[in-house]
Design a protein around this ligand. Structure first.
Ligand code: ADP
Ligand code: MG
Length: 378
């Protein structure tokens, strides 16, 4: 596990970022973005764009590929990382980059420093890259087929995680304090502690067990189920108190499969305590016992993270088997290339403007609305 290679952030020019952003926009509807389309969206001269595209490929921010029907460019993981990190840096939320501290199933985790040089946690969501479930096809206005995008999946995963973290920390749940989100990246407080899986000795096994079961119940009373409540997603601090992480799979208490996932969370803890501490209790919560009192799930979906996005994400993670037709679309559909170019060129301008205004010291403006605007088809 190494450092995030971010030296390049400094060397890329504004035009480089403009072209990179244009490819990102183009990828909403194209698996591969042809150079001419990139040039139109970036609103730059074709000759200049060609040179920049070649340069970006050399640095592996883009790759050039031969498709079945046409050739073009696509953003690499690194390219997408750069776009998000550039934005978070220009908001003055990150001042330097540190080491990778974790590789999850669906993420990479780094320590970075905030503007006061305090270490904070950066989680990069990575979905839909290695998995064939993802290869659903859709068509653009030329009738060309392409696949539901990993860009979109990673972005909605980060957005969901951030939305839940905001709602949970507002209610004083023990979760890392969320700082900001952009694209597929969530910035949050760095937990001072270790994952439960590394805990072998504990002052009071009973107290810890009770704390964890009470947390599951409190989640449910607020209308949600964590869905992956295991020893890897529970951090333990010096006071032996749990801090819960990892929220993309969270699920509403009123979901048809809610009871199954509630029981699974409870059983994970029971099994772990049995194996690790030889501790068994006849006391554990059941689904029927829970009285739902709050509607945190409704609050999150009202904030812009729609039911369709949630279905797509839960399906991708393997929590649900079927999704309704149309859920897998980012829903930017255009009647013509002209319409697409006009719309996307406007978006590129907006994104570039956000950066220059924040660089000029305007970084205190709240970004919360933009988080969700990013996701809408506007
Ligand atoms: P994934 O969804 O890929 O499982 P997680 O959010 O569970 O990702 O993070 C993976 C690992 O990174 C965790 O097990 C933990 O060790 C570490 N980690 C994640 N978030 C934090 C944080 N806020 N503070 C400290 N460590 C963290
Ligand atoms: Mg995890």
């Amino acid at each position: 596990m190494g450092k995030l290679n971010v030296a390049m952030l400094r060397y890329l020019t504004r035009e480089d970022f403009r072209v990179l952003t244009a490819i990102e926009m183009g990828m909403k509807n194209h698996e591969l973005v042809p150079a001419t389309l990139a040039a139109s969206i970036a609103n730059l001269h074709h000759g200049g764009v060609h040179k920049i595209l070649k340069e970006l490929c050399k640095h592996r921010l883009l790759s050039y590929e031969r498709g079945k029907h046409y050739d073009g460019y696509r953003l690499t993981n690194t390219g997408y990382d750069y776009l998000a990190l550039k934005t978070l840096t220009s908001r003055q939320l990150i001042s330097s980059f540190g080491n990778q501290i974790g590789v999850g199933k669906e993420s990479n985790i780094y320590v970075v420093a905030d503007s006061d040089d305090k270490p904070i946690c950066l989680k990069l969501h990575r979905l839909g890259r290695t998995c064939f479930r993802n290869l659903k096809e859709k068509r653009d206005y030329h009738g060309r087929r392409h696949k539901a995008g990993w860009l979109y999946l990673s972005r909605i995963s980060a957005t969901k995680e951030y939305a839940y973290m905001v709602a949970l920390s507002k209610r004083d749940f023990p979760v890392p304090k969320p700082i900001d989100v952009n694209r597929h990246c969530v910035l949050m407080e760095l937990v001072d502690g270790h994952p439960l899986c590394r805990l072998y000795e504990v002052e009071s096994v009973e107290n810890l067990y009770d704390d964890l079961m009470n947390l599951i119940v409190r989640f449910a009373q607020h209308g949600v189920i964590h869905g992956d409540f295991n020893e890897f997603n529970i951090m333990i601090n010096n006071e032996e108190k749990p801090i819960v992480i990892d929220f993309p799979q969270m699920m509403s208490f009123s979901h048809p499969n809610a009871e199954m996932y509630f029981d699974r969370d409870v059983n994970c803890i029971r099994e772990f305590f049995k194996k690790r501490f030889n501790y068994e209790s006849h006391l554990y919560p059941t689904f029927e016992d829970v009285v739902r009192e709050e509607f945190l799930d409704v609050e999150v979906s009202a904030s812009g993270f729609t039911k369709n996005m949630d279905q797509l994400l839960l399906h991708e993670i393997g929590m649900i088997n079927n999704i309704e037709e149309g859920c897998d679309e980012e829903s930017d559909f255009y009647d013509s290339e002209k319409e697409e170019v006009e719309h996307l060129a406007k978006r590129v301008d907006e994104l570039m403007n956000e950066e220059s205004s924040t660089v000029l010291g305007n970084s205190s403006v709240p970004h919360s609305q933009e988080k969700f605007d990013n996701l809408k088809s506007d």
